[in-house]
Design a protein around this ligand. Structure first.
Ligand SMILES: Cc1cc2nc3c(=O)[nH]c(=O)nc-3n(C[C@H](O)[C@H](O)[C@H](O)COP(=O)(O)OP(=O)(O)OC[C@H]3O[C@@H](n4cnc5c(N)ncnc54)[C@H](O)[C@@H]3O)c2cc1C
Length: 637
């Protein structure tokens, strides 16, 4: 175990302290500590009540009463000034899709489409009107992103890369007035389109391994290094470029030249995903970026900036999934009606109905999470925990829908060129990896939930162990208990308080009994999780960071509980019976997943009824979504 001097100790983050006390190497402590510090710096950008500890999920886990009001976004206003540009943008993509002119001769979204979108105001959606943008609130943008994804997922993705994870959000949030004035009007008009270059060949999950470096050279920085997997990045783009500057991560706004040069080259490789767009590596060799293009956050460093935009991007992943899953359902329905086996359309079969109902449930869940998270962002919350739930649910639902529901229902035709599954399978799976691989994010989610509880009770125990030169705490050893009496008493008091906690059961006004049952279940589940998370921390103490499978398991249960609660409350605000039934099916699925119970016959009947309603055209979520063509048709006898 390496001891740290007192001054160093004061500057240590919780993760550093825990790892150091747990006996980890200096290297691991330093790297993990750097990420934890970046996270703490992001926290400091927000007022106390809007930070992670004030967030709906954190409060639901640790407070006695789940703050239901923070899980129920109000409805969006009927209209907003940005609507006209949204309608124009949707119209451009619809018109070009119908005319067969969306793509160029390489099958990529064409420059002509991009120019039409510029005229429609598409690229300025998330930029303020003072810079020529549409000033769309994020909640409205997220719903629009779902609609765009039902027409062309790649155009939707280009919009969110530009506005959420690209240079727009860093400039809006961290740019000086001069930087905003210099870049944002051109970004709003589409003259400059952006991307975000963070990942490197040696640094993906581990962002402390970044090697691309900027050094001062007069009035410029010279950037040298390599980036990998950068989406929608081509010569001429204006990108958020993460570099190491004076030993710290920093973000530069880099204007890439219109052609490759000796200082800047594109690294081309063949990638299965993003076939309608671009994804490249970037190679820099003393590439010059003006000094005035450095973004300086009020707290922290470049990772603070990167973390900020990623939250928006994560909600956009879920919003995109909500759109693409609609397209999948619209592709399953006509096929299920057409395809007959053993004398019956497969739409009449229970197994196929279950898939239709499940897909509708996943759409309801994704819609609910998007409405909730985007509202929290507009309300000024940091929203890290909530956006992680949305990203994981959206990407995992897309994967499940693609493989378990779409592919299986379409059978062999799923693999034909021209089929939604066969043509797009890599794009349907890739969201599980980009903007953070799901299980890695799940662990980050757990650590954020556990952090304050750890600081309050387990860090003092760890420090006491170190002071008394004890390797661990043996609760059966009276000498151990005596030495740590103060720290253990404090934790014991918290535990005792839990035993006397009453049940949180106030009914939600106007909520039907079935949905109220889901809300009550979620409240009880949060209370159980509170004690289970604390028990896992008590059991594994400073070694918990190594118990990744336990953290992931607890994290998944917490995420499922959040999805259950948000979906049930969302359903309470829906007027469409089919949407409510779809949400109810997802909630039932989640409850069974959380309890391990087998499905009842009544559940199967509910599933069948929901599928029949959807087959009869009763699912409003599919309004305006194009059904896909049935491939390899044949004459019915
Ligand atoms: C289609 C696509 C588009 C992308 N677009 C962009 C973009 O625009 N800009 C950008 O900067 N990046 C982009 N990326 C990169 C993406 O964000 C990274 O691929 C992702 O963060 C994972 O990093 P990696 O691939 O280096 O995984 P690695 O770091 O190689 O990790 C591989 C796997 O190992 C496991 N693992 C790693 N570390 C641990 C650990 N400590 N404990 C347990 N398990 C671990 C995880 O399962 C992880 O997924 C894109 C990627 C793809 C595929």
């Amino acid at each position: 175990m390496s001891a740290a001097p007192d001054t160093q100790r004061e500057n240590q983050s919780f993760a550093e302290t825990a790892l150091r006390l747990g006996g980890k190497s200096d290297e691991e402590v330093r790297r993990t500590g750097a990420m934890d510090k970046a996270d703490e710096q992001v926290e400091k950008l927000f007022a106390e009540r809007l930070r992670t500890t004030g967030s709906p999920v954190h409060r639901a886990v640790w407070e006695r009463t789940v703050p239901l009001d923070l899980f129920r976004p109000p409805p969006l206003p009927d209209t907003a000034p940005c609507d006209a540009a949204m309608d124009r943008s949707l119209e451009v993509v619809r018109r070009r899709r119908d005319a067969g002119t969306l793509y160029d001769d390489q099958g990529k979204v064409s420059d002509a489409t991009i120019d039409d979108l510029s005229r429609a105001g598409y690229w300025g959606m998330l930029i303020g009107t003072e810079y020529g943008g549409q000033g769309a609130p994020f909640a409205r943008y997220a719903r629009f992103h779902t609609r765009m994804s039902t027409i062309e997922e790649m155009v939707a993705g280009m919009g969110s890369v530009h506005g959420c994870i690209g240079a727009v959000d860093p400039l809006k949030t961290f740019g000086t007035p001069e930087q905003k004035q210099r870049f944002l009007p051109r970004m709003a008009s589409g003259e400059a389109r952006s991307a975000f270059a963070l990942t490197e060949p040696c640094a993906g999950s581990d962002l402390t391994a970044l090697r691309t470096t900027a050094v001062e050279a007069g009035d410029h920085f010279e950037v040298t290094g390599e980036k990998l997997f950068i989406t929608h990045c081509l010569p001429g783009r204006t990108i958020g470029l993460v570099v190491m500057l004076r030993g710290q991560p920093a973000v530069l706004i880099a204007e890439l030249p219109p052609q490759e040069t000796d200082q800047f080259r594109i690294v081309r490789y063949k990638l299965h995903a993003l076939r309608r767009g671009y994804n490249n590596g970037l190679l820099f060799n003393k590439f010059r970026v003006p000094r005035e293009n450095l973004l300086t956050p009020p707290q922290g460093n470049g990772l603070t900036i990167a973390y900020h935009g990623l939250n928006l991007g994560r909600v956009a992943v879920c919003a995109g999934a909500a759109g693409t899953m609609r397209v999948m359902l619209a592709s399953i329905l006509p096929w299920a009606g057409f395809r007959r086996t053993y004398g019956q359309p497969i739409a009449h079969r229970e197994l196929v109905k279950r898939r239709i109902a499940r897909l509708a449930g996943l759409i309801a869940g994704a819609d609910a999470l998007v409405a909730w998270c985007s509202w929290l962002i507009d309300e000024g919350y940091r929203g890290e925990l909530e956006c992680i739930v949305a990203k994981i649910f959206g990407s995992e639902s897309l994967k499940e829908s693609a493989v378990e529901l779409l592919m299986k229902t379409h059978g062999g035709r799923a693999f034909l060129v021209g089929h939604l599954f066969g043509d797009n399978v890599h794009d349907l799976l890739a969201p599980c990896i980009y903007e953070g691989e799901g299980e890695m994010l799940g662990m980050a989610f757990f650590k954020s939930i556990a952090k304050e509880h750890g600081k309050a009770f387990f860090e003092p125990i760890g420090r006491a162990l170190q002071e008394h030169q004890m390797k661990g705490l043996n609760p059966k050893n009276p000498a151990h208990l005596w030495r740590l009496r103060r720290e253990l008493w404090s934790y014991g008091k918290w535990k005792m308080g839990q035993s006397f906690t009453g049940r949180d059961r106030a009914p939600v006004s106007g909520l039907p009994a079935g949905l109220q049952g889901h809300v009550d279940f979620a409240r009880e589940s949060f209370a159980r999780l509170r004690t289970e998370i604390s028990a896992a921390m008590a059991k594994h103490q400073l070694k918990l960071a190594d118990r990744q499978c336990r953290m992931t398991e607890l994290s998944q249960r917490a995420q499922d509980t959040v999805v259950l609660l948000v979906t049930a409350l969302w359903a309470g605000g829906q007027n469409n019976e089919t949407a409510v039934a779809a949400a109810d099916i997802l909630c039932q699925d989640l409850r069974r997943k959380l309890t391990g119970k087998r499905p009842s016959d009544r559940y199967f009947r509910d599933v069948g009824k929901l599928a029949d309603r959807i087959l009869a055209g009763g699912f409003e979520a599919l309004a305006g979504v194009h059904p896909s063509e049935i491939l390899m048709r044949y004459e019915s006898q």
